[in-house]
Design a protein. Structure first.
Length: 193
């Protein structure tokens, strides 16, 4: 429950997906762990999650191209890497992961003048209107967020500050309550973030 006594958005759907996850793992039994612990890279682990748990397969079509966001799968890959000694030993790094495209980073980037929205998008966001999942607006917000994250990472590397994309995402995400980040964020009804 949220602090206001309300269930989180899309709670019923999210709970059904959780139950489905448990069923998939239960059906595989020990095979699940054998498969999981046999993977040798962050990319293999990410693909394993996306291929076995389809509701982690967060992709969009944009101008005829498939854009793979996989935000929740990326976070799960990173969490498994951090929490499991076996997985950590097997895959050794999560340097191939991108950041997680949701609503927090674009708000921070826009509030700090790093990402500039056009007037139409600003009106939609400031009015609190819902931006449809997989719409051009939503895809562009998410894709540009990841692009900006990579540009920041490149600039840090030029200054000999080595951080991978998911670590940088976490660092920036943790500034979300900074007084400079009080501007509204985009609203999209989706299970992917």
């Amino acid at each position: 429950m949220e602090s206001n006594g309300q269930l989180p958005p899309m709670f019923a759907k999210r709970f059904k997906l959780f139950q489905k996850t448990v069923r998939i793992i239960s059906c595989k039994k020990e095979k699940f762990y054998d498969e999981l612990f046999s993977l040798n890279s962050d990319e293999e682990l990410l693909n394993y999650i996306v291929n076995n748990f389809k509701y982690f397969d967060d992709k969009s079509k944009f101008k005829g191209q498939t854009v793979n966001f996989n935000k929740r799968a990326i976070l799960l890959t990173n969490d498994l890497f951090r929490l499991s000694k076996t997985i950590h030993k097997n895959i050794r790094s999560v340097d191939n992961l991108t950041g997680g495209a949701d609503y927090v980073l674009p708000r921070i980037f826009e509030a700090n003048g790093i990402l500039k929205y056009n007037d139409k998008l600003l009106r939609v966001i400031f009015s609190g209107k819902m931006i449809r999942h997989n719409s051009q607006m939503e895809i562009e917000i998410r894709a540009n967020t990841l692009y900006v994250l990579e540009l920041i990472k490149e600039q840090l590397q030029k200054r000999h500050i080595n951080v991978n994309s998911i670590e940088l995402d976490n660092i920036i995400w943790n500034t979300r309550n900074n007084k400079n980040n009080k501007r509204p964020y985009h609203h999209t009804k989706t299970i992917y973030y």
